[in-house]
Design a protein around this ligand. Sequence first.
Ligand SMILES: [Zn+2]
Ligand SMILES: [Zn+2]
Length: 133
Amino acid sequence: MKKQISLNVQCPHCLTSLMDTENVLHDFPSIKLNITTPANRGIIHLCSVYECFDHRSNIEIKDNTVVDFYCPSCNRELLVNEECKLCDAPMVSFVLLTGGRVNICSRNGCSNHYVAFSDLTTEVTKFYNEFGV
Ligand SMILES: [Zn+2]
Ligand SMILES: [Zn+2]
């Protein structure tokens, strides 16, 4: 079995931790976010284990629905200026506490997500520029 890496992420805007230690998935704290779908608004808990796609939500999310993700603290959208290479949906981005960032596809059922650890300084600068912070 592969070693499980639990990602520790924070909001790219307000830098508040998105980890929810009270809602555990696969023995790790989950990533808690506010979401909206074309039909509904709710809360989602994403599994923080890298390459695991499990999640739990209090609303129904149909397959292939593009979901908008918002920070529960500052309520800003966690969009990055990038499209999914697999399905063209917008990508969502978190900042890793350890540096770098993780991007996931906003479409439910799409398996695209990746972690970018490349040149940290440039990566972070570029990131803030994109968000105009
Ligand atoms: Zn925030
Ligand atoms: Zn996708």
